[in-house]
Design a protein around this ligand. Structure first.
Ligand SMILES: O=C(O)[C@H](O)[C@@H](O)[C@H](O)[C@H](O)CO
Ligand SMILES: [Zn+2]
Length: 299
């Protein structure tokens, strides 16, 4: 029997922490705070944090094979040089939608950077609907658009055999699957693999574990849930001491720990008193299952 332990390892007070990514080379967790326009790197050994402030909302970050990171900033796919904090724009999307920004993003097993867009929110989950689209940035910096009509483009990951792409449009309250062609980056045959229950609230970020099961952070649900995408059943619920859990990834030694990000925005003074660690980075140990190393962008 594993005994689960949950601790806030970094009280960062993120307005909207997102996109946790484990960087093995530096024993660090990299993540963003979207409205604070901030990318952070927390060294799990020294506990030191480095922060880079950008000039637009930064919604996701990913490793880059050639060094440094890639990030989605505003409506741009960008390269981020950590040493000199410089940003190079690789591609821009949604040029006709001035109120849009990117949201969650992740790199596929072939090194393509997938990310979707959404209209800017006036309050959490309050926004003009169907303004978003899903894109990927190929290693040659070409952009592919998959579909539009997205409300809040969110969690994404790929099956262990790379034949399925899992995707969340938050306001559909569903975790969806597509057939995936790793050679071409094409998706097809959309279907739902799990519909959230009422108390699970809004599905947000997601990651897959080494057994092929999905972990979904539930915004306003204060939990991560483990799903079997083959049976459509929920296998496990892990509650956290904060309501606005936004995303999760595996990291640490052999990817045996889970890191969870969360938000402070949208919590009133009373809620903040009850959850002073809101916006912090949480580490969950004792889950008894490991995750996978993140894929670096190949371009
Ligand atoms: O973290 C994200 O993915 C969004 O940018 C957030 O704003 C929340 O998800 C949203 O408010 C709830 O659906
Ligand atoms: Zn999200």
């Amino acid at each position: 029997m594993s005994s689960i332990k949950i601790e806030c390892v970094l009280p960062e007070k993120c307005r909207c922490g997102e996109s946790p990514v484990w960087e093995e080379a530096s024993n660090s967790l990299v993540f963003v705070d979207i409205p604070a326009k901030k990318v952070c790197r927390w060294d799990s050994l020294s506990k030191a944090v480095q922060r880079v402030i950008l000039d637009a909302p930064v919604s996701s970050v990913a490793l880059r094979k050639s060094g440094g990171y890639v990030a989605t900033i505003g409506t741009k796919f960008c390269a981020l040089n950590w040493e000199d904090q410089s940003v190079v724009v690789l591609a821009t999307v949604d040029k006709d939608k001035k109120n849009n920004r990117f949201n969650d993003g992740k790199v596929d097993p072939a090194g393509r950077y997938f990310a979707g867009t959404m209209a800017e929110e006036t309050a959490p989950a309050v926004l003009e609907r169907r303004q978003g689209s899903l894109y990927s940035l190929f290693p040659d910096h070409r952009v592919k658009k998959y579909f539009d009509q997205v409300d809040i483009s969110n969690g994404l990951d790929w099956s262990l055999d790379h034949k399925i792409f899992y995707y969340i449009d938050s306001l559909s309250y569903s975790v969806d699957a597509f057939d995936y062609n790793l050679q071409t980056g094409q998706i097809s045959n959309r279907r739902s693999v799990y519909k959230l229950e009422k108390d699970e609230q809004i599905p947000d970020g997601m990651c897959i574990d080494a057994e092929g099961k999905l972990w979904v952070a539930c915004y306003n649900g204060g939990r991560v849930i483990r799903l079997d995408p083959e049976t459509g059943k929920r296998l496990q619920t892990v509650k956290l001491p904060v309501d606005k859990t936004t995303s999760c990834c595996f990291g640490g030694k052999d990817y045996s720990e889970m890191y969870v990000t969360c938000a402070r925005d949208g919590l009133d003074a009373e809620a903040l008193l009850r959850q002073p660690e809101a916006g912090g980075i949480f580490k969950i140990t004792g889950l008894g299952v490991k995750g996978l190393a993140p894929h670096p962008y190949a371009g």
